[in-house]
Write a protein that binds this ligand. Structure first.
Ligand SMILES: NC(=O)c1ccc[n+]([C@@H]2O[C@H](COP(=O)([O-])OP(=O)(O)OC[C@H]3O[C@@H](n4cnc5c(N)ncnc54)[C@H](OP(=O)(O)O)[C@@H]3O)[C@@H](O)[C@H]2O)c1
Length: 343
């Protein structure tokens, strides 16, 4: 089997480090790892399979020089905008974790459990986009239910971890908690978020748009339609919570037909990369602390609506750095390889 030269752009970031862990854990056909970051990281190393690798500076010609075949980008939208075209020109397929290319009509936006066939459209631009972290775990849950009951509307409230905003944001929560225990919380720096995150919840992720929703909320609306190839009415309220890792979502789903909670549980139990954790008698349900470093999405609290027989409610949790970013990107790469080898 052919092995590939894989570049990780942003290799020492929160997502980049998880990409390395996922590549280590699975049987990925890797020939050579090329860890890239900015000039700030020169002299630093990343560890991979018990070896240390020097970080290489991201430059326009590095993809050609290093004969990169697969480039996994997670270094911010502006970095992808500038450097992804150079990777494509050098002959690599780009799998991009940032929001930069997601809504471009000729760039496929892929969650392998939902729309793997769209990967074939990579040839349009050489780029495949990875959706927003909150969207990925949600559509993995929606798709198997939509197949059976025909989903018409989603109302979602998220409880998003600080790692969703990168390493410095995780550190900011830790710093503020330490300041709290030193009775100095009012002196702690507020930078990664626009409000104090320790001992607080912030009902704003990203900037507000003209319609009163935030960009994060509108990403969930627009990306869901693109991935599921279906106009689904969706309203999101995205909230940052003082959790380090693991996004949670409370979903209210409205279907075109009558639904049963027990049947929905049976459907989700068989769905790819979904784990059902739903036993109220034992007080078992998904929680962020249990999803860290896991590659699956956990679903529980599945119940019928008290008033309407075509509605379900549930709670969905996943590791945003894994399922919401690294694992999805690596799964796209695996599918891409599978398709290329069949072509
Ligand atoms: N965190 C999540 O849950 C999540 C989920 C999905 C998508 N994403 C997206 O993934 C991207 C990275 O997020 P993150 O959470 O991993 O952030 P992070 O922890 O802040 O890491 C950023 C990485 O990008 C590198 N970088 C920054 N500017 C660069 C430049 N000009 N040239 C080369 N490398 C540069 C950094 O290296 P230096 O230290 O050298 O600057 C670092 O390796 C963002 O676009 C984010 O929206 C994040």
């Amino acid at each position: 089997m052919k092995k590939y030269n894989v570049a990780v752009v942003g290799a020492n970031g929160a997502v980049g480090e998880e990409i390395l862990r996922v590549l280590e854990e699975i049987d990925f056909p890797l020939n050579r790892l090329i860890p890239l970051a900015s000039a700030r990281s020169i002299g630093k190393q990343v560890s991979f399979n018990d070896e240390n690798f020097d970080i290489i500076e991201l430059t326009h010609d590095v993809f050609e020089k290093e004969a990169v075949e697969i480039a996994l980008f997670s270094a911010g939208g502006s970095v992808s905008a500038e450097f992804a075209p150079h990777a494509v020109r050098a002959g690599a397929v780009v799998i991009d974790n940032t929001s930069h290319f997601r809504m471009e009509p000729n760039v496929p936006l892929v969650v392998p459990e939902v729309n793997p066939e769209d990967i074939a459209l990579w040839k349009n631009t050489g780029i495949i986009a990875n959706p927003n972290c909150s969207t990925i775990q949600m559509v993995q849950t929606l798709k198997p239910l939509d197949n059976v009951y025909d989903l018409v509307r989603v109302d979602v409230s998220t409880y998003q971890a600080t790692s969703g905003a990168g390493k410095t944001a995780m550190q900011e929560l830790v710093n503020q908690m330490q300041a709290f225990f030193a009775f100095k919380l009012d002196e702690a720096e507020i930078k990664a978020f626009n409000q104090q995150i320790a001992l607080n919840v912030i009902p704003q992720i990203d900037k507000f748009t003209e319609n009163g929703y935030t960009k994060e909320e509108m990403k969930m609306v627009n990306e869901t339609t693109k991935i599921m190839h279906k106009e689904i009415a969706l309203s999101a309220t995205c909230v940052r919570v003082p959790v380090l890792r693991g996004h949670s979502e409370a979903l209210t789903l409205t279907f075109d037909s009558e639904v049963s909670a027990n049947e929905a549980k049976a459907i989700l139990e068989k769905a790819p990369n979904i784990v059902l954790v739903d036993d109220p008698e034992q007080e078992l349900y998904p929680m962020p602390k249990d999803c860290v470093d896991k590659n699956e999405t956990f679903v529980g609290r599945i119940r019928e609506d008290v008033y309407a027989n075509n509605m379900l409610h549930m709670f969905v949790v996943a590791d945003n750095l894994r399922v919401g970013a690294a694992t999805n990107a690596v799964r796209i790469a695996q599918k891409w390889i599978e398709m290329e080898e069949l072509a």
